[in-house]
Design a protein around this ligand. Structure first.
Ligand SMILES: [Zn+2]
Ligand SMILES: [Zn+2]
Length: 284
């Protein structure tokens, strides 16, 4: 029987570790595989590009996908940990994971020590989050890279040769494009982008931040965009969509561009709930 080689799972947060200007997004996969091969020899690798993909240029997403990286639109930490441990369940032989992120929450994953024997990390820059003691990382990471250095890695030895078709099986049971929020599988890049821009997707986002606890929801009133957390607020405020709407709104709105926190989610839901009832029933 053909030997099953453990697959290394890579989780790449494209929001905090974006593709640098001038770097070909289609080469990210090769660089990650080279870095891993230089560290531990050639082995099968599956890469998930993870995060808020709404504001990543479609051409970048397509080049990443075409290179064999799986795209996951997912907001927040809980979504990642669910998918990570789900993946481990279907790949019990996996022992190594690489996390590429500058998000503090990704560093708290002490529970991965019980699931994976080797944890590798890449940061956006040399500075590690200051809130943690230095030995915290030493105990968690077998190897660390700075993201831009990792992208420069080249591997000169022979590549991993999958003579068993193992990676075909691993990849075939994964969606190439997936919105974790809506549980929506995109058929291709344009189908997925259409979904991210759709009314249904935006409504799902509002549902995610709906204030069950009575606290107001932070929202960009100009763009009608709710913030799941501070990270996603920053992503939105730095987006072209937001800049465009600020420009269109004129000088009177410019002083509000830093942060627009208006609790108008109730009005949004009242308006949309009328339409919802006519279309379909969402479980509460
Ligand atoms: Zn969606
Ligand atoms: Zn906005």
């Amino acid at each position: 029987m053909a030997e099953v080689v453990p697959v290394t799972g890579v989780w790449w947060d494209i929001n905090t570790c974006p593709v640098p200007d001038g770097y070909d997004p289609g080469c990210v996969r090769q660089s990650i595989e080279s870095a891993l091969a230089n560290f531990m020899g050639p082995s099968p690798v599956i890469i998930f590009c993870y995060g808020n993909l709404e504001y990543v240029p479609p051409l970048v997403l397509k080049a990443i996908s075409d290179s064999g990286i799986l795209l996951r639109h997912a907001l927040g930490w809980s979504s990642l940990s669910l998918e990570l441990f789900d993946w481990k369940d279907t790949n019990p032989s996996a022992t190594t994971v690489l996390f590429i992120s500058g998000d503090d929450q990704w560093w708290y994953m002490t529970s991965i020590k019980t699931h994976f024997s080797r944890t590798l990390r890449a940061f956006p820059d040399l500075e590690q989050p200051v809130a943690y003691p230095a030995d915290f990382f030493a105990s968690l990471s077998a190897k660390k890279w700075v993201w831009k250095d990792l992208l420069e890695e080249k591997y000169s030895g022979p590549c991993y040769s999958d003579t068993t078709g193992q990676m075909d099986c691993v990849l075939n049971c994964q969606f190439e494009w997936w919105c974790s929020m809506c549980m929506f599988p995109g058929e291709n890049c344009s189908d997925f982008i259409d979904h991210l821009k759709s009314v249904n997707h935006r409504q799902e986002l509002f549902g995610l931040v709906w204030p069950w606890d009575g606290n107001p929801v932070d929202i960009c009133e100009l763009c009608d965009y709710p913030y799941v957390d501070d990270k996603n607020m920053r992503i939105h405020l730095e987006s072209e969509e937001h800049a465009h709407n600020v420009k269109a709104a004129g000088p009177s709105a410019s002083h509000e561009t830093e942060a627009i926190f208006v609790d108008n989610s109730k009005e949004y839901h009242e308006e949309n709930s009328k339409e919802d009832h006519e279309e379909e029933d969402h479980p509460t």
